[in-house]
Design a protein around this ligand. Structure first.
Ligand SMILES: Cc1ncc(COP(=O)(O)O)c(C=O)c1O
Length: 446
């Protein structure tokens, strides 16, 4: 006899033994519970999603009300009120002249939409050769063919080759492992930005449409930009008429203490892609926010962006998104993050006394702890050790100790932390306590 566990194909999961996967049944505030009644601190906000925490009945009520009034209607030649209102709200919050909001069902679709818009825009404005994309090594931008092509993680791509041609990688802003200028953040930032110009020139500026960058790169374990990096990238993009796409699927909606990551680091993108925290996870929704300049050719009579998704801008999701952003304002969520982020950093930095913690990096409520074999030399673990450490021990041990977070080795081994934005010092202390115990044990097992 089969069981429900025999039929669910989980995402990015080894399916052998999947019947033993933890089953999460309930959430309240910063905590989740499994089907055995055990409580865990949600140190990852689900998957960088649950900004306002779990169990908010006000968001659930808005979803129920919208579903009863109008559960579904497409945005294909028709509009509905909550999509319009949320678009207006998002446009009012987005930096500079980013004023047109194209809804999707999630982040990968937003990235996909941004690349298609970049190509379409240049075709309509007399530069049809501009179609290539530059992105960073190790960066994750989604799994659809276009978004996966932009993704810089070879291990996620090789099974699906050939992918969409015309994407190129430049180095990330990993200053901990900087090939040069590791002791001078500004010089490192200039160097890292200049690699984008080198790539544009190598490919031919007439052929490059866009650069896709996260404000803080997640995969690899939280690489914030060095000072001046984005300002220089902006100059380079302007010089070569290349669009700067800020992929904020994780970094928007308070994760860095600002509504958008670009705001935190003071740069102006041409497009922002976002999702996750837009609804705090109470409904699935993503968006591509485009500048007035990019929208302009589509104002022409007869012009159309021939692109869309059945569920993009779903009425329930947009109603929830609107309520979510209202709560951000009513409850001062951004102010809360800004008031507490120094405490989060200081608490995590206490873990630097452990021999296995090589680097603690991040901003806002978004951090990565890089684990090393030798702190002095920064020697990392080989594949077998990483497998034993991360998958064989850490992921389960952290969870068993009551902390849901992520041990990841898409780049060097890291622990990723991205708690709900409602968390305060008591939660940070709990995170530190669990990590200290489990990492100490991991070290003793090496
Ligand atoms: C930066 C970034 N872009 C795109 C995506 C893809 O989003 P989704 O999983 O909603 O398609 C993610 C997902 O984590 C992401 O972190």
């Amino acid at each position: 006899m089969s069981t429900p566990a025999d039929h669910l194909w989980m995402h990015f999961s080894r399916m052998a033994g999947a019947d033993k996967a933890p089953v999460i049944v309930r959430g309240e505030g910063a905590y989740i519970w499994d089907d055995r009644g055990k409580r865990y601190l949600d140190g990852l906000a689900g998957l960088f999603v649950n900004q306002l925490g779990h169990g908010r009945t006000d968001l659930a009520a808005v979803a129920a009300e919208q579903a009863s009034t109008l559960a579904y209607f497409p945005l294909w030649s028709y509009a509905h009120p909550s999509a319009r209102e949320l678009a207006e709200k998002v446009a009012s919050l987005a930096p500079g002249d980013l004023d047109h909001v194209f809804f999707t069902s999630g982040g990968g679709e937003a990235v996909e939409s941004a690349w298609k818009l970049a190509k379409n825009y240049f075709r309509l404005t007399g530069k049809p050769q501009k179609h290539k994309v530059i992105s960073r090594a190790i960066a994750y931008h989604g799994t659809t063919h276009g978004a996966l092509s932009i993704t810089g993680l070879p291990a996620l791509k090789q099974m699906f080759e050939p992918l969409v041609p015309s994407t190129f990688r430049v180095p990330s802003t990993n200053i901990y492992r900087a090939p040069l200028h590791g002791d001078d953040p500004e010089a490192f930032g200039r160097w890292a930005a200049d690699q984008i110009e080198v790539a544009i020139e190598q490919e031919g500026p007439d052929t490059v449409a866009a650069v896709f960058l996260e404000p803080v790169q997640n995969a690899g374990g939280c690489f914030p930009p060095p000072p001046g990096y984005f300002q220089r990238v902006r100059e380079i993009c302007d010089r070569h008429d290349v669009l700067l796409v800020s992929d904020e699927v994780i970094c928007a909606f308070g994760r860095l203490g600002t509504m958008f990551g670009a705001e935190r680091y003071g740069y102006q993108p041409d497009i922002i892609t976002c999702a996750k925290g837009l609804t705090s996870g109470y409904a699935p929704l993503g968006a591509m926010i485009a500048s007035a300049r990019l929208f302009e050719p589509f104002r022409e009579p007869g012009a159309m962006f021939a692109h869309g998704y059945t569920f993009g801008g779903h009425p329930v999701a947009t109603a929830v998104g609107l309520k979510n952003l209202q709560i951000f304002e009513q409850e001062g969520v951004l102010e809360h993050v800004r008031a507490n982020e120094a405490g989060f950093r200081a608490t995590l930095e206490r873990l630097s006394d452990l021999p296995i913690v090589g680097d603690v990096r991040g901003d806002g409520y978004f951090y990565g702890l890089e684990l090393v074999k030798d702190k002095a030399t920064k020697e990392t673990f080989d594949d077998a050790e990483s497998e034993r450490l991360l998958r064989g021990f850490l992921s389960t041990a952290l969870f068993d100790a009551g902390l849901y977070c992520r041990a990841d080795d898409r780049g060097d081994p890291v622990i990723q932390l991205s708690p709900p934005l409602i968390c305060d010092q008591s939660h940070f202390d709990e995170i530190e306590q669990v990590l200290r115990g489990v990492l100490t044990e991991a070290w003793s097992r090496l």
